[in-house]
Design a protein around this ligand. Structure first.
Ligand code: CTP
Length: 409
């Protein structure tokens, strides 16, 4: 039996980038031989083993045959006579289909090194079409390797797959997993551009796809197009190294602009609530984790108010802080403000503008949190107040503390 390094580890080393996980392919072995050699089988369907010491993944060379729709519709064929070339042939991209032997020699039958040099994401063979997750993977790699292009024939194949309904049968968890990874790459907008270019975005995230072609008021949004704005916001989130929840909130903050009635355009009155409603459906469909969902919900509903908060007095600011649950969750509030900053700076020509709302609201929050609620509650009780009345006193004290800051713009 012979083992070869394969996939992302070989690709990233050739690109001079740090290698995280190393995957191995094993040729000329059977599952029994692997177990005998001390490897640990993982999963009952996949012929994959863990090395007893390094815990790296070793997969038996295999060919795949499609048996049904979607990610789960696979049968595997492994046998000691499956060759390395056959295994590489059924991988997704040429840049991921380079193997490396123990002595460092590269086995590259599909031109992966050439495509690395030319910066092209190209499918290896028609076997690409057997796995619709690859549509998402290509889009994610485009976001990571921002200067790579997708080969026209690969884009066409992806488009054909989408038109045959392949993107409609993706398992929600896999879609979320790939989207989440792509959002964390250096140029997340490229993932959505590629998904859009092959018509997959309309199948996977129709609420986002619908934003292109929707105008906004040019005095606030010189880029005008809502889809373009949305992508600028996302790339700003990447530039400001925002965490996943913030990037997801950026992606979804303006969903409601996609359903603004035609006669109201280019104004988007009430889009915040519509965004929140669409977001809920999207999150249920893709089973988005709670942390992302909750942050995105507050950002969708409150981003307009946060932008305008420079005009607010103490009472309005404290109400805003309360609606954002900022007093109980100050760290999450910082994330909300970061998403809003990305929104404000994700506009054409406004990328370098300061966002003073952020500092002002953080000061207001600090003042509101400095109010000693226990003392106020005690005093209120001494005056015979209870329940909501005590809450109102605390609220008043917070308003007073914020007013004392003279925060008005
Ligand atoms: N692979 C594939 N099709 C998939 C998933 C994986 O062909 N749907 C192959 C590719 O050869 C890939 C390898 O399996 O390089 C390992 O997959 P994985 O670890 O998921 O990705 P990497 O390419 O290593 O990339 P990343 O850096 O994102 O982990």
């Amino acid at each position: 039996m012979r083992t070869f390094r394969v996939g992302g580890a070989v690709r990233d080393a050739l690109l001079g980038q740090p290698v995280n996980d190393t995957d191995w392919v094993v040729v000329g072995a059977t599952p029994d031989a692997m177990i005998e050699a001390g490897y640990l089988p993982v999963g009952k369907d996949f012929p994959v083993f863990l090395h007893p010491q390094t815990r790296e993944e070793y997969a038996l060379a295999r060919t795949e045959r499609k048996s049904g729709r979607g990610y789960q519709g696979f049968t595997f064929h492994t046998s000691p006579d499956v060759t390395l070339e056959q295994d590489l042939a059924r991988r997704d991209l040429t840049i991921n289909a380079i193997a490396q032997a123990g002595d460092g020699a590269l086995i590259d039958p599909y031109g992966g090194q050439q495509d690395l040099r030319a910066k092209v994401l190209r499918h290896v063979t028609d076997a690409f079409g057997e796995d619709p997750v690859r549509i998402l993977r290509v889009a994610r790699f485009a976001a990571r390797f921002a200067d790579f292009s997708v080969a026209p024939e690969t884009l066409q194949l992806m488009r054909d797959m989408v038109h045959e309904g392949e993107a409609d049968h993706l398992v929600p968890e896999r879609v979320w997993q790939e989207l989440a990874r792509g959002l964390m790459e250096q140029r997340p907008s490229r993932m959505f551009e590629v998904l859009r270019a092959c018509d997959a975005l309309a199948r996977i995230l129709p609420e986002v796809d619908r934003l292109w072609g929707v105008p906004q008021r040019a005095e606030y949004h010189p880029e005008v197009d809502t889809g373009v704005h949305n992508m600028m916001v996302l790339d700003m989130a990447a530039r400001l190294q925002a965490p996943l929840a913030v990037r997801f909130a950026c992606l979804t903050h303006d969903l409601g602009k996609g359903t603004t009635p035609q006669q109201m355009l280019p104004k988007h009155i009430g889009h915040e609530q519509r965004s929140a409603d669409l977001l809920k459906k999207l999150c249920n469909r893709l089973r988005v984790p709670n942390e992302c969902r909750e942050l995105a919900d507050v950002v969708a509903r409150e981003h307009g108010n946060i932008h305008r908060s420079g005009e607010f007095g103490g009472a309005a600011i404290v109400r805003l802080l309360e609606r954002c649950d900022a007093l109980r969750k100050p760290q999450r509030f910082e994330q909300i403000l970061l998403a809003c900053e990305c929104d404000a700076r994700g506009r054409l020509g406004m990328e370098e503008r300061p966002y003073p709302q952020r500092e002002r609201l953080l000061q207001a929050l600090a003042a509101a949190r400095s109010v000693d609620t226990a003392v106020i509650a005690e005093q209120a009780r001494e005056h015979g107040l209870q329940g909501d009345q005590i809450g109102a006193r605390i609220h008043q004290a917070r308003v007073h503390a914020v007013d004392g800051l003279s925060l008005r713009a």
